[in-house]
Design a protein around this ligand. Structure first.
Ligand code: WT7
Length: 657
């Protein structure tokens, strides 16, 4: 099952429902006109759209960007000044003080939902900004946020933005080791965490994870702890501070700090094909313009709508489409602490009904998990408030697309399949729902200002023909583009601008069809996509070889029914170690512990040897094929040092059935 969309059925066009089109912000005509202007005259286009947010000092320069090797530099609105929190909160107070900004839906169905108005948000964020200042946090300092999906996570982001501190959120599913690497990576002065993180009826001990992580930290960050479950935790006097206590006494006035457009707003660590995760840096002005504009146009958000993005704030999707984009637009945004299947597989639809959700944005992996659970979970709920559905994180396979369309959207909601990345800040290729008819499995057309090109992977040349396949690059900058890798400009240039000179290289492959629609075919590097989460195979390999019994490991992705891709590990054990079921379990547990549950291997194959070239390089291409059970096209194996290794691996794979 792939989303490459090669069959004719997949080419069917999802027409735009007539009443949707009539009310949409952007129709087909305006899309064509605006897109043409956005690429022909980006200065004029973004000069105009940059005004959608409030500037303290208006910009006079719009775009100063270069993808030239040796001179990579990206600046947008560079002489303007602004504050992100003021844009997401203060400027809405006059008109929307009593409107709900955030609807918080807790994990436990018996706990009441919270409705936080813009005025309350202002109060909480201002207080927390004072708490941060009292803890010694100043403009430019880094703050790590390691929290469940609770309103305090949004307060923390916005409080940092209010005083100009740079936040770096670490997903609450990450291990102490992963947390420590990120705290050290950006040299954080403070970690904001909670006692526990309730999720799906279970609890992750975030505070004790933080304690464990800080044992490995070079500097001594302070810890600010939110009491979520109010259970007992350890406490280090002089290092740990109680969020609730400090908030009680905090002043609720804090003037937003004036920031330059190019001052960093946040760092978010993401996996790459080599080495440790890298700290993707986003800045203030361009990011906010792009997050807000994509939120409004891609989801066709209108005043008063209730918007729900089911992602976690630990990922970029949560940054741009739970917090910054929606709040910059004065929207009502839902924050959900739980999981789709708890307490039962009807939870998503129950929440849609309860809060009258208008736009619903989730990942194909969640859709696939729910598809198998039976229609009764949907039929129990009134989904008539839904106007639009969104998909993100991986290609959506046509089967899931049709289910989503028919069962959830009842055939009346456009589906926006949004292609983007942590690095891009917001949507790059996506249908605008009132303008672009969809095709199941295609992210369709570029957003304004975005110029996708398909390159021949061998020659690096742009392919002119409309219908083609190759690697997906971007020809010019857009305001939401990442500005660098934290503390490592060299890595920024090497990762994104060196394989194909003059372009931003996405790491994805794609196909462009005769209508100019883009179909993402998946990563072309050593990154895999597990349940819409990005995982570097190198990270899993280093975790495996850190185990005393493991001599060598190679990790690849393979097709997985629910997760999209699963984690397939070839493991060569130390000489004196015999494979066993116990060791199999132990290694899975080990990786889970080293990185976090999302990195747990799905399959481990004991490999007496790995296919290598004569120079010792592991041939992953072959390992990928074996993992996929696709032996017919192993390609050229003549450069292998020992071809018999491959036969042995195939035999073992087949024995597994
Ligand atoms: C990678 C980026 C961007 C938010 C979530 C993931 C894959 C993302 C799609 C889509 C096909 C997609 C790509 C991309 N991806 N959206 N609609 N169709 N593939 O962010 O962790 O930075 O991962 O996710 O492979 O490169 P991320």
């Amino acid at each position: 099952m792939t989303a490459k969309g090669k069959t004719t059925a997949d080419q069917q066009i999802g027409a735009i429902p007539a009443d949707f089109q009539a009310n949409a912000h952007i129709d087909a005509d305006s899309y064509e006109k605006m897109y043409a202007q956005s690429v022909q005259d980006p200065e004029a286009f973004w000069g105009e759209h940059g005004k959608r947010i409030d500037w303290i000092k208006p910009f006079t320069k719009v775009k100063d960007t270069s993808f030239e090797p040796g001179n990579i530099s990206i600046k947008w609105f560079e002489d303007g000044t602004l504050n992100v929190a003021a844009n997401c909160i203060d400027r809405h107070l006059a008109k929307r003080g009593n409107q709900t900004a955030i609807i918080f839906e807790p994990d436990d169905i018996h706990e009441p939902a919270q409705y936080i108005t813009y005025r309350q948000l202002h109060n909480q964020v201002s207080k927390l900004a004072n708490v941060l200042e009292d803890l010694g946090i100043r403009k430019g300092d880094r703050v790590v946020i390691y929290l469940p999906m609770i309103p305090e996570a949004a307060y923390a982001m916005l409080a940092c933005a209010r005083i100009g501190a740079i936040h770096s959120i670490v997903f609450a599913g990450f291990s102490p080791e992963a947390l420590a690497a990120r705290v050290n990576g950006c040299d954080a002065k403070l970690v904001i965490t909670s006692d526990y993180a309730p999720r799906g009826g279970r609890k992750t001990p975030l505070k004790s994870n933080t304690d464990a992580a800080l044992l490995h930290c070079i500097h001594d960050p302070k810890v600010l702890m939110v009491r979520r479950t109010r259970e007992q935790t350890t406490w280090v006097d002089g290092r740990d501070y109680d969020y609730g206590e400090l908030m009680l006494e905090a002043d609720d006035h804090m003037t937003p700090v004036e920031m330059d457009a190019e001052d960093p707003l946040f760092i978010l660590y993401t996996s790459g094909s080599t080495g440790h995760p890298k700290g993707v840096v986003h800045t203030t002005g361009g990011y906010l313009v792009f997050a807000a504009m994509t939120h409004q146009y891609t989801f066709d958000y209108h005043d008063g709508d209730v918007f729900w993005c089911t992602a976690d704030v630990g990922w970029v999707t949560g940054h741009s489409y739970i917090v910054y984009g929606p709040l910059a637009n004065g929207a009502t945004t839902v924050m959900f602490e739980g999981v789709p299947t708890f307490p039962d597989p009807g939870r998503f639809w129950e929440v849609c009904e309860k809060h009258k959700v208008n736009q619903f944005y989730t990942a194909p992996t969640a859709i696939r998990a729910l598809m198998g659970q039976g229609d009764e979970w949907i039929e129990k709920h009134d989904l008539s408030s839904l106007k639009l559905l969104g998909s993100v994180g991986e290609p959506i396979n046509p089967e899931a697309w049709h289910w989503y369309n028919e069962k959830i959207g009842k055939g009346k909601c456009p589906i926006v399949d949004t292609w983007w990345q942590t690095e891009t800040g917001g949507h790059l290729i996506t249908p605008l729902p009132g303008a672009i008819p969809t095709k199941p499995g295609s992210a369709t057309k570029p957003f304004f200002g975005v110029q996708p090109v398909v390159l021949d992977p061998h020659s690096g040349q742009e392919i002119d023909a409309t219908e083609c396949e190759g690697v997906l690059c971007l020809k010019d900058s857009w305001p939401g583009q990442m500005r660098g890798v934290w503390d490592d400009h060299g890595r920024f240039e090497k990762t994104y601008f060196s394989d194909y000179k003059g372009y931003y290289f996405s790491g994805d492959g794609c196909r462009r069809d005769a209508d100019g629609y883009y179909w993402i075919t998946g990563r072309v590097d050593d990154v895999i996509n597990v349940s819409g989460h990005r995982m570097g195979t190198a990270e899993v390999e280093s975790a495996l070889v850190a185990h005393v019994k493991v001599a060598e490991a190679a990790v690849v992705g393979y097709p997985h029914k629910v997760k999209g891709q699963g984690i397939y590990c070839y493991v060569t054990l130390m000489n004196d170690v015999e494979p066993s079921d116990e060791l199999y379990k132990e290694l899975r547990q080990w990786v889970r512990h080293e990185i976090g549950p999302i990195a747990t291997p799905d399959l481990i194959q004991w490999a007496p040897g790995l296919p290598k070239t004569r120079s010792g390089k592991i041939m992953r291409r072959i390992l990928r094929k074996i993992a996929e059970n696709d032996y017919g096209s192993l390609g050229d194996t003549s450069t292998l040092a020992d071809p018999s290794v491959v036969e042995e691996l195939i035999e073992n794979r087949m024995n597994k059935g």
